[in-house]
Design a binder for this molecule. Structure first.
Ligand code: PLP
Length: 410
């Protein structure tokens, strides 16, 4: 494989860093080495960089600077939000509501809470992956303390009706958390207008460094009628005002802030460009490839996400064959790609298990060019045709068990 020709269409799994961010991070690794909690001037300087970064990141989502708490990842932000609210409010209630298409970083904490005695409602979604507002309202009880519904889905790109969800949560006085890791910096977010109480994000999905994330906590975790509504999940040296103790990764956070600054400046034109490329792929595939369909909502979806279903073949084989052609893609969630279970997201939107195995996610990024997409669209029909020729699942052939199909390829 010639590395220079390699086309990266898996930006939903992670993004390459923007060169401007690399420059910023490198500069701060060199210069801003102090501990932001130290009293001396090197520490103070780190503290100033940290606060400037907090300010920049807050403005992207119309938040107050002091409501941004840095973490080591999107997963950690989700865990603090979920375990933190559950721990603080267990006397108040033990009921929690989430959607059935959450990322594992949200779904698995809730499964753990179920083991600890909490009751979790998994809200169904329609064929596009949208939750139903009436279902949400009906699921709320006197015991409900938390609603977690993702801003945009990482596999199928569907954007949930966040403002409506926030309004319902507010009306019923329930805390509303949204995992916005995929949406942050890609589409406009306003935590006040959308009535979001907790929001998770990660720098590496936004051309920033890996291992840097943040949790927005409304009013630093104090709410009328509730008092403090969130506990930390780690205890230590008091950084991030005790919400997330541990020496702060100031250079990484400065890079996160740079990534946000660029996203703010370029979001509008990037959205437009990505939507054009996205729809070019969708229209081409649906028109030119037989038994191919779009997963997720046609318009209420992330500008950079395409998820296509191909009957009679497996997504994993498509990904491997495309890789052989110098193209990086995905079957869906990077976390589930090593398991043989079909994606819980694709099952939740009503796909049959055999069809859920035949999905391909293409996620466009800042550095994707029109030529990259043209090259991909030139290769895709051949890859699909080649795989269908050797597939045991051709039209009219009865579907075999998952195991048989999987073994066939391994
Ligand atoms: C990537 C992702 C996460 C996990 O973020 P990390 O920084 O990798 O821990 C959580 N939720 C969603 C929706 C994601 O896409």
């Amino acid at each position: 494989m010639n590395d220079s020709k390699y086309i990266y269409l898996d930006n939903a799994a992670t993004t390459p860093m923007d060169p401007r961010v690399i420059e910023e991070v490198t500069k701060h690794f060199r210069e801003t080495y102090g501990n932001s909690s130290s009293l001396h001037s090197v520490g103070q300087k780190a503290g100033q960089v940290l606060n400037k970064s907090r300010e920049m990141i807050a403005t992207l989502i119309n938040a107050n600077r002091d409501d941004i708490f840095f973490t080591s990842s999107g997963t950690e932000a989700d865990n603090i939000a979920i375990f933190g609210v559950a721990s603080k409010n267990k006397e108040r209630g033990n009921h929690i509501i989430m959607s059935s298409i959450e990322h594992h970083a949200v779904e698995n904490p809730y499964k753990e809470l179920e083991k600890r005695g909490f009751k979790v409602t998994f809200l169904p979604v329609d064929n596009y992956g949208l939750i139903n507002i009436k279902d949400l309202e009906n699921a709320i009880t006197k015991k409900t303390i938390l609603i977690s519904i993702m801003f945009a889905n990482n596999e199928i790109g569907t954007i949930e009706p966040i403002k409506e969800i926030g309004t319902i949560a507010k009306t019923h006085d329930v805390i509303f958390h949204t995992d916005a890791v995929q949406a942050f910096g890609k589409v406009p977010i306003d935590v006040d207008d959308m009535k979001i109480d907790l929001l998770s994000a990660a720098a590496h999905k936004l051309y920033g460094p890996k291992g840097v994330g943040m949790l927005y906590i409304r009013n630093k975790g104090v709410r009328e009628g509730w008092g403090k509504f969130i506990d930390p999940i780690m205890y230590g040296g008091g950084h991030e005002r005790d919400m997330r103790p541990s020496t702060v990764n100031v250079p990484g956070i400065a890079g996160f802030a740079k990534a946000v600054e660029i996203a703010k400046e370029e979001m509008e034109k990037e959205m437009e460009r990505h939507i054009r490329l996205r729809d070019k792929i969708i229209n081409f595939a649906i028109t030119n490839i037989e038994d191919c369909y779009l997963n997720g909502h046609p318009t209420q979806r992330l500008p950079n996400n395409v998820n296509l279903g191909f009957k009679y073949i497996e997504g994993e084989s498509i990904v491997l064959d495309l890789d052989g052609e110098g193209i990086a893609s995905s079957t869906g969630s990077a976390c589930s790609s090593k398991s043989l279970d079909p994606s819980h997201v694709l099952l939740a939107i009503g796909l049959k298990p055999e069809d859920a195995h035949g999905s391909l996610r293409i996620s466009i990024g800042r550095f994707t060019t029109e030529e990259d997409i043209d090259y991909f669209l030139e290769k895709l029909p051949y890859v699909i045709e080649r795989l269908r020729k050797i597939s045991p699942l051709k039209k009219g052939v009865k579907y075999m068990s998952n195991e048989t199909v999987v073994n066939h390829h391994h």
